[in-house]
Structure formats: C-alpha cells, structure tokens
Ligand binder design. Structure first.
Ligand SMILES: NC(=O)c1ccc[n+]([C@@H]2O[C@H](COP(=O)([O-])OP(=O)(O)OC[C@H]3O[C@@H](n4cnc5c(N)ncnc54)[C@H](OP(=O)(O)O)[C@@H]3O)[C@@H](O)[C@H]2O)c1
Length: 242
C-alpha cells in the first residue's frame, strides 16, 4: 500500500475492524491514534499492536461533544479520521422488546459521533485529508431485530454524501461491511456467534464471512484514493445479491 497519509485517528481502533486498520497503518509507517471509551480495551490493543513510538491511545466517547472537541485539541493537526465505532448493545430486538435508550446509543455512536468528528475534526484536518465512516449491509438487506441499525446505516450514508459537499476538498466516504467476524457479534448472537457466522458463510457467494482485515483493506483504499469522495464502498462478499 502506498502511504498517502502521515497521521490518522481511528475511533473504534481498540477492536475489530478499527484495530485491523491500526495494524495496517502502523506497518505502513503512519502515526496512529486509536480511540474508544474503554481504557482497558485500548491499552490491551495498544500493547498488542506494538509500535509504541507511533501509537497513541485516547479514551473518548464520540457521543459527547465536549470530549470530541477536547480530543482534537489534544491531537492537533491530523491527516485522516476514521470511525468504526458502534454501540449496538441491546439494540438488536424486535420492536416490542426494543429499549429506546439502546436505540439512542446506536444513533449516538454511528450518526452523531461521526457528525461531531466532522464538526470538530474538519478545522484541524489537512485539505488533502479525509473522513471515513462505517455504515453496513443492514441498510440494504435489513433483518428482523435490526431495524435501528439498518436505519442508522442508511442515515450515515446520507450524511457522508452531504459532508462530501460541505467539507470539500476534504473527502468524506463510508465503507459498508457485510458480516464480519469481530467482537460485535457477541451483542447480536451471544454464545451462538460461531454457529450464526458459520450459517451466514454458507449463504454468501464468496463462501465465507469477512475478516477485519478485509474491511481495513477497503478503508486503506478510501484513505489513499484522492479521486473518491461521497461514496459508499461495499465490502460484503456478495451479500446484496442474495
Ligand atoms: N462486524 C460486522 O459484521 C459488521 C457488519 C456491518 C457493519 N458493521 C459496522 O462496522 C463497524 C465496526 O464494527 P466491528 O465489528 O469492528 O465492531 P467492534 O469490534 O465492536 O468495534 C466497535 C468499537 O467502537 C467503539 N465504540 C462504540 N461506541 C463508541 C463511542 N460512543 N465512542 C467511541 N468509541 C465507541 C468500541 O469501543 P468502546 O466500547 O471501548 O468504546 C469498539 O472498539 C461498526 O460501525 C459496525 O456497526 C459491522
């Protein structure tokens, strides 16, 4: 991968896709800041990622505007901002059991969070820089129990197109993952995670579910391709075809 960036903030970098992206970026020689709410998770990820001179880990809740503003004051100028953050705990429910607070946490982590990152990050971003946010295939192939996630993914993609105009020449894109084996599945499938992902793999044209690095690869493309903005890059193993 050609390195077209020097300093990158990855919110959600403590696990799953964000952590896979952090690994790639560090190996490519970038300075990386991983962020998330849970300090222990961040510390564990930082220890595993290595590259201590190039890696910083900062605790932040991107649903809190004051924390987002402080984050950018602390890190200063940055080349690219990525968010893979999502809090879906308790939100995968049929409507009679849906807890509004859980639904609000999805909106806060996947919609308002990116909005706040754009608001406070754009002033310190390089003109050649970019934002990359993470939507998901549920916007296109919704499932029962997943209404809130489906709706928020779709809303985020609308936001991405609008911000690509408002913040230009800064580029703004979304990656839309399909089913990817990450810790988030514990919230969706509990102890049936392996069984659920195995059944999904058999349904997909590519015959497997995604790996975090599949998505990190796609985000790397969005960071580096300076002719791509306002787009949604689908990385879902053919899920939208079935
Ligand atoms: N895995 C899939 O199959 C799949 C499919 C479609 C779309 N997606 C989307 O892909 C993205 C990445 O998912 P993943 O599977 O890599 O999930 P993951 O491993 O659970 O990572 C999500 C990260 O977001 C952080 N986070 C949550 N709320 C936050 C907040 N308010 N502020 C800051 N950080 C926050 C969490 O850390 P803390 O708890 O420490 O804050 C966690 O590290 C998500 O947007 C998800 O909806 C995933």
């Amino acid at each position: 991968m050609e390195i077209s960036y020097r300093k990158i903030l990855i919110v959600g970098g403590g696990s799953g896709m964000g952590r896979a992206l952090a690994k790639r970026c560090l190996e490519a020689g970038a300075a990386v800041i991983i962020a998330g709410r849970n300090e222990d998770r961040l510390k564990g990820a930082a220890d595993a990622l290595g590259h201590p001179a190039a890696l910083d880990a900062i605790a932040v809740d991107i649903a809190q505007e004051a924390q987002v503003a402080e984050l950018f004051r602390r890190i200063g100028r940055v080349d690219h901002v990525v968010s893979t953050a999502a809090d879906i705990d308790g939100a995968y429910e049929l409507l009679p059991a849906l807890d509004l607070k859980a639904a609000q946490r999805v909106v806060e982590s996947k919609f308002y969070g990116p909005l706040l990152l754009a608001k406070h990050g754009a002033p310190v971003l390089a003109a050649t820089g970019s934002f990359t946010f993470t939507s998901g295939v549920a916007a296109y192939r919704p499932a029962a129990r997943g209404s809130v996630v489906a709706a928020v993914n779709a809303a985020l993609e609308g936001l991405v197109r609008a911000l690509a105009i408002e913040l230009a020449p800064i580029r703004v894109n979304a990656v839309s993952p399909g089913w990817v084996d990450t810790p988030i599945w514990s919230f969706v499938a509990g102890d049936k995670k392996d069984e659920t992902l195995g059944a999904m793999a058999r349904r997909l044209p590519v015959g497997r579910v995604g790996r975090p690095d599949d998505i990190a690869d796609a985000i790397s493309f969005l960071l580096g391709n300076t002719f791509t903005t306002g787009t949604v890059l689908h990385v879902e193993g053919g899920h939208r075809l079935i």
